[in-house]
Design a protein around this ligand. Structure first.
Ligand SMILES: Cc1cc2nc3c(=O)[nH]c(=O)nc-3n(C[C@H](O)[C@H](O)[C@H](O)COP(=O)(O)OP(=O)(O)OC[C@H]3O[C@@H](n4cnc5c(N)ncnc54)[C@H](O)[C@@H]3O)c2cc1C
Length: 302
């Protein structure tokens, strides 16, 4: 119920405009957002690198309003790849196709992303194409397959809550596309996505085991401690080396669990978002755990 309310609020443009210009709202979001500038975010990446954690950098923004805005986002991502490289870090970024113009022209969007993936391929970098709501899944996978064929250096995300995901995982395994597996963060209809947590968790475990066994360097993206324990046991039993996959988490979430995984010599990458357009991302984080609202308010007034 609360999850649905936050996801509904995440799409309200007027609320978004108010929040993104409010000092109080920005202060609240700071736990999950690594600052507003590229310099802020690079400093975070350098800091976590010293703790043994790698990063994938995300410039916040989605559903841009014009192709000019999409081109500006592409240019920012080019600066991000260069900034990461110049800071001695792996040039690894995550982006959303609606930020690169998918709502206006699939062709222009693909060209924007291809320009970035080409640069990543030339500099030993990697571009992860995030997965948005299910209306974009098919188009996203089409672009991802073509980029993989032309350049490599790219991969995508599969959401365990989607009913179609088992079949998508098989086809991505067959073509060697790198997959990040997450549970899924958008509001979806029951004919498209599993509704209950038990079903989503079952799907997550099945897909994770399939990817860990046969996938190309899968990323297990979750903060679900029980699930992580189940999968730790699975890789130990199957003799899957720790270099063949990585865990991924979001910046600011379950830092205790992040520390434990690093201590136990697992690979861990954090998704590090930055920028001014933080509202939809932040609301999805609240939807995942409504108790965050009280937690954030308590910390703010402490
Ligand atoms: C690296 C990464 C990339 C992602 N990329 C995408 C993407 O491209 N597309 C997409 O749809 N989704 C993406 N997600 C979000 C994902 O789909 C889930 O919504 C999110 O990870 C919460 O699910 P969970 O697996 O952590 O498990 P849940 O079952 O939701 O939560 C398990 C436990 O994790 C902790 N937790 C989870 N979320 C939070 C939170 N917000 N604040 C505090 N604690 C929390 C709590 O302790 C909770 O009990 C990504 C997640 C990660 C980690």
């Amino acid at each position: 119920m609360l999850r649905g309310i936050f996801l509904f609020l995440s799409r309200q443009a007027r609320l978004r405009r108010w929040a993104e210009t409010s000092q109080l709202a920005r202060a609240l979001s700071a736990r999950f957002i690594a600052g507003s500038t590229l310099e802020d975010a690079l400093a975070v990446c350098v800091r976590i690198r010293a703790e043994g954690i790698t990063a994938t950098l995300d410039y916040l923004g989605e559903n841009v309003k014009s192709l000019e805005e999409a081109a500006a986002c592409r240019d920012m991502y080019l600066r991000m790849l260069a900034g990461l490289r110049d800071s001695g870090l792996e040039p690894n970024v995550s982006l959303k196709l609606t930020q690169f113009g998918l709502d206006f022209s699939a062709e222009a969007c693909e060209q924007n992303v291809a320009a970035l993936v080409q640069v990543a391929a030339e500099s030993g970098g990697f571009v992860r194409i995030d997965m948005e709501s299910s209306e974009y899944t098919e188009r996203t996978l089409g672009i991802v397959r073509r980029l993989q064929q032309r350049y490599g250096a790219s991969g995508t995300v599969i959401q365990a809550y989607l009913r179609r995901s088992a079949s998508d995982v098989e086809s991505l395994i067959a073509t060697g596309v790198r997959v990040r597996l997450c549970k899924g963060a958008y509001l979806e209809a029951a004919d498209v996505a599993f509704a209950s947590k038990a079903e989503v968790d079952r799907s997550y475990q099945e897909l994770a085991e399939r990817l860990l066994t046969n996938g190309n360097y899968p990323a297990i993206a979750t903060h679900d401690e029980r699930m992580i324990e189940v999968l730790e046991k699975f890789v130990a039993e199957q003799g899957i080396a720790r270099e063949r996959f990585e865990f991924q988490m979001l910046y600011g979430i379950r830092r205790d669990l992040q520390k434990r995984l690093v201590k136990e010599a697992y690979r861990l990458r954090l998704y590090v978002p930055f920028g001014e357009a933080w509202y939809p991302y932040f609301m999805r984080r609240l939807a995942e755990r409504p108790a965050n609202v009280f937690f954030l308010l308590r910390n703010l007034f402490r």
